[in-house]
Design a protein around this ligand. Structure first.
Ligand code: ATP
Length: 327
């Protein structure tokens, strides 16, 4: 049975990086005999302008039927598309590996995985305005924390068995306190430390090599992963997976980056490595490894976009990487 994959190109640089990534995904699927049934659908600012809704019914129907969603970044309507997909399919684990790529100048050595809770926290969308007062609810549940802590545990067991739990329980004593206590309980068999989010931001710049698996809440994870991506060499390189029990969505960490859209200079590596994570999720590690190898090869051969010191276009990089994958 083929895997049903819904492709959402998204906004800004989304269609460019997704297009480049599709060359690579198709090459890997062909070489390793992975059957993918791919469909395309619109969502985001483009859809909002065209149909008056960021997530059209047709796209939603296709997303419901898909096993996997492969998505580019969404612009202004990110909450109505990205957050909607995460919530609707309970994609509770946002996995963001951050690692240097050989040949890419980086601030520091870093090799860690962020395990970010993905469906709770202030992102549940419970915001209110009462006159001159605005209120946002921060929801953290014991069940949700246990579930994400178990994911962090699995990653730590495959790595160096070390988890840093990041929170702000000295201020948010009840909500972050719950997250901390439940997480520490779930992780008791591993080497665990805890850090306030402000200290974690500082440590990620000062001594990022100290981190192995970082377990944190939705909003802190959102912010810290952009920071960590920059430490590793740039936001154009950072992939992510949104994982649930039955469905998953893969997308680059970066946003729509309207400032460089349409210029053909966006780095497709974040989207391409998100494709590698997709193959890993369906249990085809050999395809994921081939993509990662090809990405490293493209950098070694100087086939790269300007953000990492190259002169190639988005599509040239995608096609080059796909040719290496094809063998
Ligand atoms: P958002 O607000 O949705 O997070 P954004 O459009 O502000 O997104 P970011 O992803 O935060 O963009 O990126 C910040 C800047 O980094 C962009 O404006 C762009 O110049 C650069 N950038 C982002 N992604 C890429 C990429 N894939 N290749 C090259 N440069 C990028």
């Amino acid at each position: 049975m083929p895997y049903k994959v819904l492709i959402i190109p998204g906004d800004g640089i989304g269609p460019e990086v997704v297009d480049a990534a599709l060359y690579v995904i198709k090459a890997a699927a062909e070489r390793f005999g992975v059957e993918l049934e791919m469909k395309m659908a619109e969502a985001g600012d483009v859809a909002l302008r065209k149909y008056g809704v960021a997530m059209p019914q047709e796209t939603l129907k296709l997303a419901d039927a898909a096993d996997i969603i492969f998505k580019g970044p969404i612009g202004e309507s990110a909450y109505d598309v990205t957050s909607l997909i995460r919530m609707r399919y309970t994609l509770y684990a946002n996995i963001r590996p951050v690692k240097n790529l050989p040949g890419v100048p980086a601030l520091k050595e870093i090799d860690c995985v962020f395990v970010r809770e993905n469906v709770e926290d202030v992102y549940v969308g419970a915001e209110y305005r009462v006159g001159g007062v605005a209120i946002a609810l921060k929801i953290i549940t014991e069940e949700g924390t246990r579930r994400i802590a178990r994911v962090a545990k699995r990653y730590a067991e495959m790595r160096r068995r070390r988890v840093t739990v990041v929170h702000k329980a000295n201020v948010l004593r009840v909500v972050d306190g719950l997250f901390r206590d439940v997480a520490l309980e779930e992780l008791r068999e591993l080497e665990v430390d805890q850090m306030y989010v402000d200290a974690a931001a500082m440590e990620l710049v000062r001594n990022p090599a100290r981190f192995d698996v970082v377990l944190t809440t939705n909003q802190y994870g959102d912010i810290l992963t952009d920071l960590a991506a920059q430490v590793a060499g740039g936001i154009g390189l950072a992939p992510s997976g949104n994982i649930g029990d039955a469905k998953a969505m893969f997308e680059p960490v970066h946003g729509a980056a309207f400032d460089i859209a349409g210029k053909g200079i966006a780095n497709p590596i974040a989207a391409i490595l998100s494709g590698a994570m997709m193959f890993e999720w369906i249990g085809r590690k050999e395809a994921a490894d081939a993509i990662r190898f090809a990405v490293e090869k493209s950098i070694e051969k100087d086939v790269k976009t300007p953000d990492i010191g190259g002169r190639n276009t988005t599509l040239e990089v995608g096609k080059y990487i796909s040719s290496i994958v094809s063998g």
